[in-house]
Design a protein around this ligand. Structure first.
Ligand SMILES: Nc1ncnc2c1ncn2[C@@H]1O[C@H](COP(=O)(O)OP(=O)(O)O)[C@@H](O)[C@H]1O
Ligand SMILES: N[C@@H](CCC(=O)OP(=O)(O)O)C(=O)O
Length: 375
């Protein structure tokens, strides 16, 4: 049976001591938990924050820097130390590690993400643990918004992961920030992330050392779900914490449902591994339906078509000169031109096709840039 592929994201809040420095005891516990999961025949990719925490003291700061330049320099000092710490710990389990420093831009550039995919595939084939962090010298998003969360979602889509585990300092998502509101209630399971849940969750971080708070995890979870990857956000203790999470016994919130799984391969192929054969330009109503209401693209919303493509090929969906999504078409280019602007029942009467959707929701993924614009 194929090995299950799991992406584990560890936030700064789960790697730091009370002074904001790297906590080697915590790192050791995460390492043991990953080693235990690997021994159960899972493939694991680790996305780890912690470079700033590991580096600021040697850089000459008494406490974690607050300026962006200070954080960038601290990350430059600390990244090597962070990887060294992981490498030493994993070696005690006879496991080899590797380091990849990425930026979110990589995921908008086909050549770059194909290269990342090849590297990751080869590393996993050779049983090496990839350890990924954002390249803080060239990208500052993550130092300000907590984009290691988003990076973990994009990586999980790229590598066809079965599951994304986001480990943090709190045992899941609450309806309010439990650190400031004692009446907050925890969600144990969510089939999907509604607009209400996204809106009620704020960017408040629990510790002084994390960035982005629960909101950035939810935006990342939404992206992972849109790529067919189920998500766990929460915490855990001990060597068996990741195994327990995979056994449905984790201390946190599980997000997504099983149908997500069947869509995974198709969605991930559309997002990262397909060739684009053309584009469909849509009107405002269609763009809103796609972006905010989880709807399919219907002929009524199509304005124009570029390129020649057949049924089953993948196209860009464009609104106002920006690509909002990619999707696999149910009609060829000629028919879409013929039926553009028409109501679905008219299209159904006049075409041999049994489906009115030009692109069905299950065959559509939002663009990476759009993932950042959810509010
Ligand atoms: N609705 C909420 N549910 C759970 N946690 C929340 C919520 N709103 C804000 N938070 C805060 O988000 C924190 C986790 O985010 P963060 O500190 O950025 O972690 P990390 O460093 O692991 O990325 C929690 O400690 C919690 O205080
Ligand atoms: N790239 C930075 C991570 C910044 C950060 O705090 O991220 P996170 O705790 O995951 O929200 C580092 O390695 O320190």
């Amino acid at each position: 049976m194929a090995k299950k592929r799991i992406v584990v994201k560890i936030g700064s809040s789960s790697l730091t001591n009370k002074n904001g420095g790297l906590d080697l005891i915590k790192l050791k516990e995460h390492t043991a938990a990953i080693a235990a999961l690997k021994k159960q025949n899972y493939e694991v990719i680790l996305i780890s924050s912690g470079a700033v925490s590991a580096g600021f003291y040697d850089l000459g700061y008494p406490t974690r820097p607050v300026t962006i330049a200070g954080k960038q320099a601290a990350a430059a000092v600390g990244q090597g130390l962070l990887i060294q710490a992981y490498t030493d710990e994993f070696r005690t389990f006879n496991m080899v590690t590797s380091q990849l420093l990425l930026t979110k831009d990589v995921f908008s550039n086909e050549t770059q993400y194909s290269n990342v995919y090849s590297t990751l595939t080869e590393l996993l084939k050779r049983d090496v643990i990839p350890i990924i962090n954002e390249n803080d010298t060239v990208a500052i998003d993550e130092l300000t918004f907590g984009d290691n969360d988003m990076l973990s979602a994009l990586v999980s889509g790229l590598v066809h992961a079965d599951f994304l585990i986001m480990l943090t300092d709190i045992n899941g998502l609450y309806d309010k920030n439990p650190n400031t509101d004692p009446t907050a209630k925890k969600y144990d399971r969510l089939k999907s992330l509604s607009k209400e849940i996204l809106q009620q969750t704020k960017h408040e971080s629990g510790s002084k050392f994390g960035t982005g708070g629960m909101k950035s995890k939810l935006l990342a979870a939404k992206t992972a779900l849109s790529l067919g990857v189920k998500v766990f956000v929460g915490t855990g203790k001990g060597e068996d914490k990741l195994i327990r999470i995979m056994q449905d016994d984790g201390d946190g919130t599980y997000i997504g449902e099983d149908s997500t799984k069947s869509l995974r391969k198709q969605k991930q192929w559309i997002a990262f591994h397909s060739d684009i054969s053309g584009s469909i330009h849509v009107d405002k109503g269609a763009s809103e339906a796609i972006l905010y209401q989880g709807k399919s693209l219907l002929p009524a919303g199509v304005q124009s078509v570029e390129g020649t493509f057949s049924i089953g090929e993948v196209v860009d969906i464009v609104y106002n000169d920006s690509i909002i999504a990619k999707g696999q078409v149910n009609y060829d280019a000629e028919d879409i031109i013929k039926f553009k602007g028409e109501a679905s029942h008219i299209v159904m009467e006049q075409s041999a096709n049994e489906r009115p959707e030009v692109v069905h929701r299950d065959r559509l993924v939002l663009s990476i840039e759009e993932a950042y614009n959810y509010e």
